[in-house]
Write a protein that binds this ligand. Sequence first.
Ligand code: NAD
Length: 311
Amino acid sequence: HLERVGFIGLGNMGSRMANNLIKAGYNVAVHDINLSVIKMFSDKGISVKGSPMEVAETSDVVITMLPSPTHVLDVYTGPNGLLSGGNPVRPWLFIDSSTIDPQTTRKLSSVVSNCALIEKKDSWETPVMLDAPVSGGVPAAENGTLTFMVGGPEEAYKAAQPLFSSMGKNTIYCGSSGTGSAAKICNNLAMAVSMLGVSEAFVLGQSLGIKASTLTKIFNSSSARCWSSDTYNPVPGVMDGVPSSRNYDGGFASTLMAKDLNLASASAKEIGVKCPLTSEANHIFTKLCDEGHGTKDFSFVFRNFYSGKDE
Ligand code: NAD
């Protein structure tokens, strides 16, 4: 019962994920508001739909990969949205892979499970929603090696496993609805803070007379070693094949990082948890975007805020 898959949001990530589902043999129908991306799919003979509602009418499973919570809410509950075609609904499973906040995920999950199904599927009495954000970026989306972090009913997670395996390498079950979203925003806040920490340390180090390449060797065999120092170094020329070595183009846009830090800040505020480093990182990335660098990879923070001397 997983064969008819609707896919909404065919951007940098979604277009590649949808392609991997098509390659795996699923009967995929797609929708996006960007007509040029839609044309790429219709030219390949893939079924394209004019609205999320039309996708829902013909799909057993619907996957969304959209920029932010407002887009996801719009696609689910807006006019011509997934749930606007009346109740009962056709899809038994809704998977949202967008990075959004756990509060929005939980709200939508309860709206979904309050609907009825046109046709009952196995033991499912009502449709189910899983939050399944991803890590790995565009290359992993392309190669089908994403990591999925999944929240929602465990039985639905198990049933959806073949879909996740078609698009990713690792799938981690996180717990009840919203825990996948929580895992993702926590991962990205730690990544932002470590990138800022590494950038700040490199600027100070260079100013004190140590070369960035030497400091990188030291970090990577010492206790400061982290993904930002050994895999995604922000200093131009230290590492090949990373955004810092191609003028910070491609990679993970600073606007998306600012959005994720906003989600983490808002979630922390809502539940009364103090996150001072998240606030500071949020402030820095928001300023970076306001200054016109939003499309640059997030490791651009090194250049913008800590513009130390190059080697
Ligand atoms: P993107 O902006 O490239 O793609 C989003 C797509 O959604 C676009 O094609 C847009 O036209 C479409 N869209 C927007 N509103 C729509 C609507 N109402 N109806 C239909 N389509 C609509 O973004 P992306 O880089 O693919 O990222 C998608 C999500 O994945 C984001 O939440 C992002 O934070 C997350 N993410 C991105 C990366 C990355 O490296 N790019 C990595 C992990 C997670």
